[in-house]
Write a protein that binds this ligand. Structure first.
Ligand SMILES: [Zn+2]
Length: 392
């Protein structure tokens, strides 16, 4: 028989464990179960930048996972349930960038793969899940970036390389159109000495969606603009629209995001239903003003694009500002929008998109929207054109 002291000890001990379990987040990747087979951890990649690192764990299907931070030594671990390691997976990855020392993966138990991130100096982190392939994205932030007097803009021409994006009836490729528009836009914006402009790609190369946001975060960008051309099975559909990241019930918006994310509409709908999982990712979006700023930016870009095109072209359809869950905007640390510059699937708009003059007009009108947004930023963020910060 236990003494009263022993019982008291047991209660305290149990209470501590309950608290520990509450503290450990138990989440699940939103990917569907593909088969009765165990989930396989097939690849671990990372992108390293001075104050930011993105680690991506590729999985073959759905996996429940716990994650927790431990001290001495400081580390972050992820236990992927019902999972096995691919036999030829690199199990020890040395990073050594000041934030992250190593990434280690091991078969912790018969059914559990443990991925450990050995930390050096981490300020904060964030976990995001994506599908097709199913992947766990972990963003690690180092020290807060010191702001330069220049505003940094990252432009992201969609697709590239083996991914042509949407293809028009006359065989025009989205990847070529949006790259040209982005290069033109960069040239226009770069004339303003208070702006520094980067492109996620300047040539016809493929970049994964998760790397594009990583580039913007690594630059400490103030704005992120992803540029795309739209497509619809209905050939008559046309117009321009601008998106920001958020939930949606709009079927058409979901279709656009499903296409740009390279996932099925069914999965896209599920993602919009499975709010609890994505809430981890979107909670900080709600907390701060980034969403409001993205709305402002989207409205200015959309309005200027429509007005600019209307000067030289008739029948421009304003489809307005919309929201949807675009992978390319997941985890962006700055106001960010995705622009659909016209429908490449519409014969008339494909013809226009093939014209240099139309692309120039698009670039100029997006640029004027961006300029208006930047000049409307709060006073302490405005920098003088001569290079000195005018804030006190
Ligand atoms: Zn696209």
């Amino acid at each position: 028989m236990k003494s009263r002291r022993d019982i008291k000890g047991t209660i305290i001990f149990s209470a501590i464990w309950v608290l520990i379990f509450i503290a450990i987040g138990i989440f699940s990747t939103s990917c569907p179960v593909e088969s009765a087979e165990k989930n396989e951890v097939s690849d671990i990649r990372y992108w390293s930048y001075p104050d930011y690192t993105r680690v991506v764990i590729n999985l073959s299907g759905r996996a429940e996972y716990d994650h927790h931070r431990l001290s001495r030594p400081d580390r972050l671990y992820f236990d992927l349930k019902g999972s096995i390691l691919k036999h030829d997976l690199q199990k020890n990855i040395a990073v050594g960038n000041g934030m992250l020392k190593n990434v280690r993966a091991g078969q912790f138990a018969e059914n559990i793969v443990r991925v450990v991130l050995d930390l050096d100096k981490m300020q904060s982190y964030k976990v995001i899940t994506m599908e097709d392939p199913c992947r766990l994205v972990i963003d690690i932030y180092g020290k807060i970036q010191t702001s330069s007097w220049k505003k940094k803009i990252v432009l992201d021409p969609g697709h590239g390389g083996h991914d042509p994006g949407a293809i028009g009836p006359k065989n025009l490729y989205e990847k070529d159109v949006v790259l040209d528009i982005a290069l033109k836009l960069k040239k226009i914006l770069a004339q303003d000495r208070s702006l520094e402009v980067f492109l996620t790609r300047e040539t016809d190369i493929f970049i994964p969606l998760e790397q594009r946001t990583a580039i913007a975060n690594s630059k400490g960008a103030d704005l992120f603009i992803s540029i795309h051309a739209n497509a619809s099975p209905r050939r008559e559909t046309k117009g321009v629209e601008t998106y920001l990241l958020n939930w949606t019930n709009d079927e058409e918006a979901m279709k656009v995001a499903a296409r740009e994310n390279a996932i099925s509409l069914k999965k896209m709908k599920k993602m919009n239903e499975g709010r609890d999982v994505l809430d981890i990712m979107l909670s900080d979006l709600r907390r701060d003003t980034k969403r409001d700023e993205s709305v402002k930016l989207a409205n200015l870009v959309q309005k200027n694009m429509v007005n600019g095109l209307n000067k030289s072209y008739s029948h421009i359809v304003d489809l307005g500002v919309k929201q949807a869950l675009f992978y390319v905007l997941f985890g962006a640390q700055m106001p960010s929008v995705l622009v659909e510059v016209s429908f490449i699937s519409n014969p008339l708009e494909e013809k226009l998109l093939a014209q240099d003059s139309y692309r120039v007009e698009l670039a100029q009108s997006i640029a004027s929207g961006v300029s208006k947004y930047v000049s409307a930023l709060p006073e302490e963020q405005i920098v003088a054109k001569n290079g000195r910060n005018i804030a006190p």
